[in-house]
Each structure stands twice: as C-alpha cells, then as structure tokens.
Design a protein around this ligand. Structure first.
Ligand code: C2E
Ligand code: MG
Ligand code: MG
Length: 601
C-alpha cells in the first residue's frame, strides 16, 4: 500500500492516514459526518473505526487542508477556518492560490513545487491573506500522498498562524534586551555590543570608551518622594541623556540609578579618544545637573561618571566593566558630580586590598591572629593592667600592622567575628590571671570598634563571654573612641550604662584627636581618659603639647576621671607627666606589646 511520504510530527492527525485510499475515504467520511451521525452497520469494519479516529484527529489545533493532485481543495478542518476565515464550503473545489498574499514572487512558488516534487514535502514560512484581507504569516507543511505507482494523488497541508508567535517572540526579545522602565537597552544588550566592539572588525585599530554613570544620592529621592516619583525621574533622565549619545553609540540602564554609555569608533589615537569621551561625559553631567521637574516637583540631581578607554584589538568585557566601575567609585570619592578616568595604579591598590581581605578572612580561621598585651604602669613602677592589642602574623608577609588590617576589617565587617575573638581571648586570659596573686589585680583593656559596639546584641555578647570564661567583670575595661561615642549618642549611653551595671569600666582612647564634645564626658559613665600619644610625644620640650596635656590632666581631675598617657617613649616624658599629675603610663619606654607569657609579673 502506498504510504504518505515524510510526515513530520507536526502533521499530527495525518499520521493515521495509511495512504491514498485512506485520504479519499477520510474526505468521504467527513462529508457523511456532516450530513449526520454515522449509523452503525454490519460492514462497520475495523478499518472504518480507524477512519473515524483519523477524522477526529483531523480536528487538531493545526489548520489542515487536503487537495487532489491538481491542487483542488477537497477538505479543510475547523482550525483552518478559524485561521483563514474561510468556511469549508467557500474553499472546496477551489485552488489555494485564492489566498495568496502577493508578497512572494513566482520563483518562490517554483522552488516550493520543485522541492515538493523531489522530496514529497515542503515546509516553511509563507505570507497569505485571510478572508478579511489581512496579511499574515503562516508556517506551512505540505506533504504529497502517492499511490503504488509513485504518482501523487493528494496533498495534505498543515498550517499554523505565526502572527501571535512572532509577536510573542518580539516581546520576549524586547524584554530580554531592553529596560522596561526607560525603554533603553539593558545590561545584556550593552554587554553584547561591547563584546562585538572588542572583537575589532575593522582596520586600523579603534578606541572606544565605556562609561559608568551613577546618580548621586538617588536613594534619597526614592526614600523621601516615593518610588513612583523615583521611577518617573529615571525615565526623565533617560530621555534627556539619550540625545547626547550619538547614533551607533549606546546608552543603557543597568538597573537602579546606574546607566552606562558605550562609545565606539573614537579613532586610533588614545589621547584624542579620551578627549571625546571626556566631552561627552561633561555634557551628560551638565544635563543631569539641570533641574528636573516631575508633576510640579523640582529635583536637583548630579551624577558620577567613571570612564574606561579600550582598544577594539583586545581586552575583555569584564576588564572594561570593572575598570569603568572602579573609575566611577573614584569619581564618587572625589566628592560626586565628577568624572574620572580609570587609573591602573588605583587598580593595583584595589587588587591588593581584595587579596588582603581574603587573607584576613582566612587568618581568623587558621589561627594567624594573636593577642599581645602591653603593660600599663603606675608612678611607683608597678603594673596596674594591660591593653590587649591584636597582632596578625601572616605566613608570608610577616607581621601586618593593625593600622592596615583593622580599617580593612571594619570596612568588610570582618571586625565583628574578629572583635568577638579578641574579647573572648582577652577574657580567657583575664580569668587565667585570677589564679596568681601577682596578676590578680590587673585590669585588661580591650579595644572595641565602632562597628562592634553599635551592633545589636553587643551587650549580650559581652555578658555571654564573661559568663563563659569566668572573667571578673570589674577587671574588664573597654576602650572606646570619641567617634564611637558620637556615632549614636543615645545607643552608646544606654549600652554603656547596662555594661557599667555589671562593673565593666570604660576608657576613652586617643583622647584629644577626635571631635571632643565635653558635654558627653559628663553624661557617659567613663572611668579613664587616655592621652593620645601624639600629644605625649616630646611633651617635656614642646610648649603646645605640654599645654594640651596639662589641660587634659586638669579636665580629668575636674570630672573625677583617671588619666593615662599613651606612647611614653622617653624618661623625660615620663618625668614631666609625673610632675604634672599624670600617674599612669603606657609606652615603649616601660614595656612593648608582648605575648601574655612574656609580661613582667
Ligand atoms: P591604640 O588602641 O591607641 O593602641 C595603642 C597603639 O600604640 C598600639 O599600636 C601600640 O603598639 C602603640 N604603642 C604603644 N606604646 C607606644 C610607644 O611608646 N610608641 C609608639 N610609637 N607606639 C606605641 P598597634 O598595636 O599598632 O595598634 C594600633 C591601633 O589598632 C590601636 O590603637 C587600636 O586602635 C587598634 N587595635 C589594636 N588592637 C585592636 C583590637 O583588638 N580591636 C580593635 N577594635 N582595635 C585594635
Ligand atoms: Mg587602645
Ligand atoms: Mg590609643
């Protein structure tokens, strides 16, 4: 029996048709169906049951029509009528030419027929016309049905309407590559274009520039005026910046208040390219700075722009992005409303910082951190206590100065776990010293960072560590700085009062170097002022330092606070201090920071 040739999976409903006879029977059967339900008769054979299944399958979600060998339409299904607008009666006996769109030339149809003759099948996109005159794109599959002598007896065609499909495809494409809020290209499209540019299609080499634009303080607009106004402002910004970016260049919105500009083909001379980029960036900044008005509300904006130059003969997308980003941060650091070019030295610094950060993270885990203790002496030369000072012995770098890694730990919030470790280690030591008469009275001073102190749960942490280590609270002294006190005065006061209830003491470190407000000295439960070492330095010969130190000593007497001089390096400084009423000292003259075991007992 002749088989329907090359039926694709999409010709669902046709696969049941075993051959010419079946197609013909199907056509006949459908006509009978239309006249009324088929009555069961004795000759209702298995093949007829098969046919009825085929007839059902003919009613698929795909439009279908069947023609004879000359192309005369014999039968169509309901989906066909829905798509084309033609009922079966209107098309039966006619040729599919009736709905041709006129959009394809004669060669198109010649090729279609040639393929159909050679392979028995054609499929592709084709424009046709609906009954209402509307042009639409359809996906059409035509299969030839042949008899035993390989002669074509019928054609079976299936079709789908591509209009919706196309529309959805376009919408998906738009969403994937454009920012819905502003209609600007999004990050992905910008990166695609950057990647294309970096591939360097032409000779000679061309420079380009990538700009990172971040609006200054945009968050404040969102917070104070609401997100709707924020969104409207972003749309306005997009509209105003777009004309400043030439054709062939790209202004994209990355999200939030971040925009990016890609300038291409700036010529072979790097310096000239930089000047062009700078001019564009200046225009963008000036436009941003012009007043914006949304619903009668006025906004004053500014932006920070980072620029990375690149050559289209190399370089990577990531590198250019990173450089523009870094330059933008430099523009922000320069006080905002500024533009900055990427600078390789800055990059080296940033990389070094990142490495150090990673290593510091590991240091805590791998026991590279240690606590040293620097003794504090009274006038009689006895040790009254120690200050715990953090040390980092790096496997390769050796000792890393706290002046380097502590600010880094603060910025990265690593200071939280590190500070907790310091507190626990110092308290353990404090508890251990309770066991010996010579060390029992020592106070242990622990430096507390701003971040740590203002973290919720700090008070509870101290309580837990004291309980866990068994250290006596009244021997623990927390060293705080003026900036810590000023950060959130109310939070500070409440926390200090709670800690003070258990007997914990407070020293004000580096006194005189911060924005001292004498008012809080009285309001806070402080015990000691530590005169900063910069004033102690040469106090015996330097009139200014002498005046400052004398003032601090008098102040502490008035407020009934203890006073300790830090960084005492010479006997002359020590004698001067003693004769001016300061009787507690800490410094290299008397003892350097050292491991607990090395302390004089
Ligand atoms: P600080 O709290 O003012 O500590 C005193 C600093 O002066 C220490 O520096 C100490 O080694 C140094 N010093 C002591 N005597 C002398 C002297 O006679 N001459 C000179 N030139 N320096 C002297 P260090 O250990 O480098 O620590 C620097 C800063 O790092 C500390 O200043 C403190 O603010 C911070 N720090 C150290 N350990 C910790 C810690 O565990 N937690 C926190 N949050 N900060 C810490
Ligand atoms: Mg200190
Ligand atoms: Mg200090």
């Amino acid at each position: 029996m002749a088989m329907l040739t090359s039926v694709g999976a999409d010709t669902l409903g046709v696969f049941l048709l075993g051959g010419v006879g079946l197609v013909a029977m199907l056509v006949a059967l459908r006509r009978r169906y239309r006249r009324g339900p088929l009555r069961h008769s004795a000759d209702d054979s298995a093949s007829e049951a098969k046919l009825r299944i085929a007839a059902m399958a003919f009613e698929t979600h795909l439009g279908m029509f069947i023609t004879d060998a000359r192309g005369t339409i014999l039968e169509v299904n309901r989906t066909f009528s829905r798509i084309t607008g033609y009922s079966a009666v209107e098309v039966r006996g006619r040729n599919p030419r009736m709905w041709s769109s006129g959009k394809h030339d004669a060669r198109f149809y010649q090729r279609l027929w040639a393929t159909l003759r050679q392979t028995g099948r054609w499929q592709g996109e084709i424009w046709n016309r609906r009954k209402n005159g509307e042009l639409y794109l359809q996906w059409l599959t035509i299969s030839a049905v042949k008899d035993e002598q390989e002669a074509v007896t019928h054609y079976v065609a299936t079709l789908t309407d591509m209009t919706e499909h196309r529309r959805a495809e376009q919408a998906a494409h738009w969403l994937a590559f454009y920012d819905p809020l502003t209609g600007l290209p999004n990050r992905r499209l910008l990166l695609d274009r950057l990647e294309m540019t970096l591939k360097g299609v032409g000779e000679p080499a061309q420079h380009g520039a990538l700009m990172f634009i971040d609006l200054d303080h945009f968050k404040t607009v969102n917070d104070t005026r609401g997100h709707q106004q924020g969104d409207a402002l972003l749309r306005e910004v997009a509209q105003r910046l777009e004309p400043l970016v030439g054709r062939g260049d790209t202004l994209a919105r990355l999200g939030g208040d971040e925009f990016m500009v890609l300038l291409t083909r700036l010529g072979g001379d790097a310096l000239r390219a930089a000047r062009v980029a700078e001019r564009v960036a200046e225009k963008l900044l000036a436009e941003l700075a012009r007043e914006h008005a949304i619903d009668d509300q006025r906004f004053q904006l500014s932006g920070s722009i980072g620029i990375a130059l690149f050559s289209d003969q190399g370089g990577s997308v990531d590198e250019a992005m990173q450089q523009a980003d870094m330059a933008m941060y430099q523009a922000k650091a320069a006080g905002r409303n500024a533009l900055r070019f990427f600078d390789p030295e800055m990059q080296a610094e940033v990389l070094e910082r990142i490495t150090l950060e990673t290593e510091l993270r590991q240091a805590l885990a791998s026991d590279e951190l240690q606590l040293f203790y620097q003794p504090q002496f009274d006038a009689a030369g006895g040790v009254q206590g120690v200050e715990a000072l953090l040390r980092w012995q790096h496997a390769e770098r050796g000792w890393v100065s706290p002046g380097v890694f502590i600010p880094l730990a603060e910025e990265t919030r690593l200071m939280l776990p590190i500070g907790e470790w310091v507190l626990r280690t110092a308290c353990r030591q404090l508890a251990a010293w309770q066991g010996s008469a010579s060390t029992r009275d020592w106070q242990v001073a622990v430096n507390v960072s701003i971040l740590q102190f203002h973290e919720p749960g700090f008070v509870e942490l101290v309580a837990a560590v004291l309980a866990e280590t068994g250290a006596p609270a009244d021997k623990l002294k927390l060293e705080v700085t003026e900036s810590l006190l000023m950060r959130d005065p109310e939070d500070t006061r409440l926390k200090m009062l709670r800690l003070r209830e258990w007997g914990i003491r407070f020293a004000l470190d580096d006194f005189g170097t911060g924005y001292s407000s004498l008012a809080y000295l009285q309001r806070l439960p402080l015990d000691q002022l530590k005169i900063d070492q910069s004033f102690v330095r040469g106090v015996d010969g330097d009139a200014t330092n002498a005046a400052i130190v004398e003032a601090i000593i008098t102040l502490s007497a008035t407020l009934a606070l203890e006073v300790l001089a830090e960084g005492v390096e010479t006997r002359a400084e020590c004698d001067w201090l003693e004769s001016h009423g300061c009787c507690a000292y800490q410094g290299f003259l008397l003892g350097r920071p050292m491991p607990a075991a090395a302390l004089p007992t």
